[in-house]
Design a protein around this ligand. Structure first.
Ligand code: F6P
Length: 409
């Protein structure tokens, strides 16, 4: 079997550990391991040309060398054209070897890249992706991304026979290729710092992002105490308040705003000020309010950190600052758990691919009660969209359009 792995959607710490684990497990089980650069966009772009030279002494066609473990032929980095010794220009679906992913579990972000692919959202784009995979003989895909990316994988799988039929009719693939590629095997792993997927206790990258936030709030705490100041800290979480809530519990916030639980009836400004005032009256020298990026009020209007700051300044006379943690939450080296969990899940993903039949559902590999588990992917997506977030889909759309007038459904 030829197994390819790709990362999709926003990057998260632990994605490289997924790639490493899938590549090594695939090879250990006698499969060929491939990576797709730049997410689904790479599948659509495919390989404009084949490599012209092999790497001397390498049987398993290693193309992507970790810069630190490469063989000294470094050219350019960061251009997207070269990852190390070999030009990858025009090549997005790349066979890799054991050494290519050595040490990757300690690296932040995703070294094989991620992109938002407009083309893959169209049936034509997905057909091109199928063609590019069949050309390379790939019949199994591990996708690490959020619920949108994983849903895309399931759609791709269900359409696959149709794509094969169309490619055959167009004379683009041979009868042998048709026979060898009747079905696509897929498995999803959930990479998201927001911990926003049902049927898994943790998504890959959430623990690291939470730790990053805690470090920042610890730093803010010491300067806040020094000046007796208030800080409004904005954290990520467009639809999901897990990071905000857990950060509040770990660092001691006075008030927290999350999208799933808009402040109840009445005036939240009064409620917040009353509580903070009472904390100050018992001698607290600092105030921390955490606002999730997607926090909304009961009318679904966004609660902005700057507005919270104005309320604290105007009503309580607190010297207040806003700190937006932004992408510092997403980057950087993975915490230990975001190395171990993706490693175990990568192994499970390859095993699921090897056991997959046309009848088995598309699986998502998650973790539940500290055990790595396969669950039906689309069940997890459906649950995430219904009960996973307390604001309904309709309300979510309204909230998004109030926040961003250009928001398109
Ligand atoms: O990965 C999800 C997320 O972290 C959200 O919480 C946040 O709103 C978003 O990514 C930011 O995405 P981008 O990097 O595209 O601005």
């Amino acid at each position: 079997m030829k197994i390819a792995v790709l990362t999709s959607g926003g990057d998260s710490a632990g994605m490289n550990a997924v790639v490493r684990s899938v590549v090594k497990t695939a090879i250990a089980k006698g499969c060929e391991a491939w990576v797709v650069r730049e997410g689904y966009e790479g599948l659509v772009r495919g390989n404009a040309h084949q490599p012209t030279e092999g790497r001397p002494g390498k049987e398993d066609a290693s193309f992507i060398y970790n810069l630190r473990f490469g063989d000294g032929e470094l050219l350019k980095d960061g251009t997207g054209d070269y990852i190390s010794g070999r030009s990858l220009k025009g090549r997005y679906i790349v066979r890799v070897g054991w050494d290519d992913v050595r040490g990757w579990f300690g690296e932040g972000g995703t070294l094989i890249g991620t992109a938002r692919s407009v083309a893959f959202r169209t049936p034509e784009g997905r057909q091109t992706a199928a063609y590019n995979m069949i050309k390379e003989g790939i019949d199994a895909l591990v996708i690490c991304g959020g619920d949108g990316s994983l849903t895309g994988a399931d759609v791709f799988r269900s359409e696959w026979p149709k794509h094969v039929e169309a490619l055959k009719a167009a004379g683009k693939i041979t009868d042998e290729q048709v026979n060898n590629h009747q079905h696509l095997r897929i498995v999803g792993l959930v990479g998201s710092i927001d911990n926003d997927m049902s049927m898994t206790d943790l998504t890959i990258g959430a623990v690291t992002a939470l730790h990053r936030i805690c470090e920042s709030i610890d730093n803010i705490n010491s300067t806040a105490v020094s000046h007796s100041r208030a800080f409004v800290v904005e954290v990520m979480g467009r639809h999901c308040g897990w990071l905000a809530l857990m950060a509040g519990a770990s660092c001691g916030a006075d008030f927290i705003f999350i999208p799933e639980d808009p402040p109840a009836e009445g005036n939240w400004e009064d409620d917040m000020c009353k509580r903070i005032q009472s904390h100050r009256e018992i001698g607290q020298r600092k105030t921390i309010v955490i606002v999730a990026e997607g926090a909304i009020d009961k009318d679904l209007k966004p609660i902005h950190a700057d507005y919270v700051k104005d309320v604290l300044t105007d009503r309580l006379g607190l010297d207040t600052r806003v700190t937006t943690l932004g992408h510092t939450q997403r980057g950087g080296a993975p915490a230990a758990y975001d190395r171990i969990m993706p490693t175990l899940q990568g192994i499970e993903a390859v095993e699921a691919l090897l056991e997959a039949t046309p009848e088995t559902p598309s699986y998502m590999v998650g973790i539940s009660e500290n055990k790595v588990k396969r669950v039906p992917l689309m069940e997890a997506v459906a649950l995430t969209r219904s009960v996973g977030t307390a604001i309904s889909e309709k309300n979510f759309k309204k909230a998004m359009s109030l926040r961003d007038p250009e928001f398109a459904e």
